[in-house]
Design a protein around this ligand. Structure first.
Ligand code: G4P
Length: 536
């Protein structure tokens, strides 16, 4: 096999999706522990903060060096090169999360055994499901009392409308599980409890279920229960089909505890075998680019400015889709129609940044961005010059008018607003002909506004005056006759604004108000996203 194909086959690029507090940080850390990227669990935890309060999030963001390394974590395990994409775990939803999922080939859905499917799990699940991403389920926190495994299976099937196939099954009684049965290998792994509280790999005894030692170790009653469970699953459960997993119609389910490492290795090994290697990607014209196409291509899915406040740098994260990346290579950047040299590419190995010499499809690379890249941009060999499918747009639902507190700081303020909108942190609109020197910003989650305020102050030295607006709906407006649009300036139950490409957008309180406007202006057409974009 050639080098490119070999490298593609061994790569796995995925994101972990979950509701805050389900244990994403803990599981990520344990995967790193088993991957040998860290030696004692506890180091990733240090960066953890964003679950409860915005102020925590800000604190951690001050230490950008740390949060950056968590954008993607890479390690090797059992011949695989694993890339874990970190989706921000805020209580509040943000566009960043959606975009990160664009760079993944599969997702791990983490569920708290006591809580089941929670609101954020649902939201993220649907984003993955719509893209037909294969989804693997890990039921976490089995070290303490939770809901019955069958009950959890049923909930996932009912609420998320996806078929479930348990690959592992807990052995023992709720709250006191002793190990895991693997339905594929038909082996039981019993865990030896230790005093490390999960900071080290867990010792275990593994044996075929037919081996008398299993019965001896767990006792007759638990053994009979286990056999009954397995029979029930085999008879009444779903058939396993790798094809259905690949299409996102069936989710393999695993049980364990990230905290005590129970079932983690079992999960990691099976997941790596079952999850897809880097997948082909769709282009704007509907064509497909295969990862083993020898010509290089990549797209930008995330931009982060001022990662290092001392240097004011801006990093564009790109996912490689085909070909081989080599340090210093020149590639064609479609959106600027220019060749760019990819100097100083960075890769993030556990806690450290390293310079990348070579990388392959599925890998994520951070590039120092002089301000030319945007989210969704395409980079490719200049013989290819391809354009990837546009990123979906997320219609904003929360709006505010913003202006600088101190008008002497207007320059910094404008620079900040414009850069942060390029980074995709906010969407920016302007009113015309009203003589107001302010911007209207639109976001998907409230936290984005708080982050905007914080970053403008800290990174651009501009304090913000922010007035919330009552609108919850934005529609891009089209009409045969431009005068019909102009007429919307006089709306008293809405506002006419223009996006950064100068396209007219109407903001209103609710759908009812939209209908009211449409009835009075039948030649208008309202679009949820700009005409040239797809919605998530
Ligand atoms: P998140 O990134 O999904 O928000 O969750 P995180 O890993 O931070 O876990 C949230 C809480 O759940 C933490 O407790 C963590 O220790 C706990 N947890 C994670 N996995 C397990 C598990 O398998 N079993 C049990 N019992 N608990 C688990 P915390 O008290 O909020 O934080 P800490 O005091 O442990 O730092």
């Amino acid at each position: 096999m050639d080098e490119l194909k070999e490298n593609i086959d061994k790569r796995r690029t995925f994101a972990i999706i979950s509701h805050p507090d389900a244990g994403k940080t803990t599981l990520t850390e344990k995967l790193l522990l088993y991957g040998g990227a860290i030696h004692l669990a506890g180091s990733v935890k240090a960066r953890k903060a964003d679950r409860h309060a915005v102020s925590d999030w800000m604190e951690i963001e001050k230490q950008r060096g740390i949060s950056v390394t968590s954008s993607v974590l890479q390690f090797d395990y059992d011949g695989y090169r694993v890339n874990i994409l970190d989706t921000p775990g805020h209580q509040d939803f943000s566009e960043d999360t959606y975009r990160t999922l664009m760079a993944a080939d599969s997702a791990v859905m983490l569920i708290d055994a006591a809580k089941g499917v929670e609101p954020q799990t649902k939201k993220l699940f649907w984003v993955c499901h719509r893209r037909h991403l294969p989804i693997f389920t890990f039921i976490n926190k089995l070290d303490r009392y939770g809901r019955e495994p069958l009950d959890l299976m049923e909930e996932v099937e009912k609420v998320l409308q996806i078929r479930v196939y348990p690959i592992t099954w807990p052995v023992g009684i709720d709250g006191h599980y002793k190990g895991i049965y693997n339905r594929i290998t038909k082996q039981v792994s019993l865990f030896k409890s230790d005093a490390s509280h999960g900071s080290k790999q867990l010792e275990e005894v593994t044996a075929d279920i037919g081996n008398p030692i299993v019965r001896e170790l767990i006792g007759d009653e638990l053994f009979e229960n286990l056999k009954n469970d397995i029979e029930l699953l085999d008879m009444a459960g779903e058939d396993f089909s790798m094809d259905d997993v690949g299409k996102g119609d069936l989710t393999p389910m695993f049980f364990g505890s990230a905290m005590t490492n129970f079932g983690v290795q079992e999960f990691l090994e099976r997941f790596l075998k079952m999850s897809p290697a880097p997948q082909p990607r769709t282009l704007q014209d509907g064509e497909i680019i295969q990862p083993d196409n020898p010509m290089f291509s990549a797209f930008v899915f995330k931009i982060q400015a001022n990662m290092n406040p001392a240097h004011r740098d801006r990093i564009a994260f790109m996912r490689i889709c085909s070909g081989t990346f080599e340090k210093g290579m020149s590639v064609y950047h479609l959106q600027s129609s220019k060749d760019v040299k990819l100097a100083q590419p960075q890769q993030f190995l556990a806690q450290e940044r390293t310079i990348v010499e070579k990388a392959y499809p599925g890998d994520i690379i951070g590039l120092f961005d002089p301000g030319i890249f945007g989210i969704g941009d395409s980079l490719s060999d200049d013989k290819l010059k391809i354009r990837f499918e546009d990123f979906p747009v997320f219609p904003p639902e929360i709006f505010a008018r913003v202006q600088p507190k101190d008008s002497l700081k207007r320059k910094q303020f404008e620079k900040g607003i414009i850069q942060l909108s390029q980074e995709g942190a906010i969407q920016v609109f302007r009113q015309k002909h009203v003589g107001l020197e302010s911007f209207i910003v639109g976001v998907v989650g409230q936290l984005q506004l708080e982050v905007l305020e914080y970053r403008l102050k800290n990174e651009y030295n501009a304090q913000l005056a922010m007035t919330p607006l009552p609108f919850t709906v934005a529609r891009w407006v089209c009409a045969e006759n431009p005068e019909s649009i102009e007429k919307l300036k006089g709306l008293d139950n809405g506002m006419l604004v223009y996006d950064k490409k100068d396209r007219p957008v109407v903001l209103v309180n609710n759908e009812w108000a939209l209908n009211w406007i449409l009835q009075r202006n039948p030649d208008l057409q309202f679009l949820v996203v700009p005409a040239d974009k797809a919605m998530v």
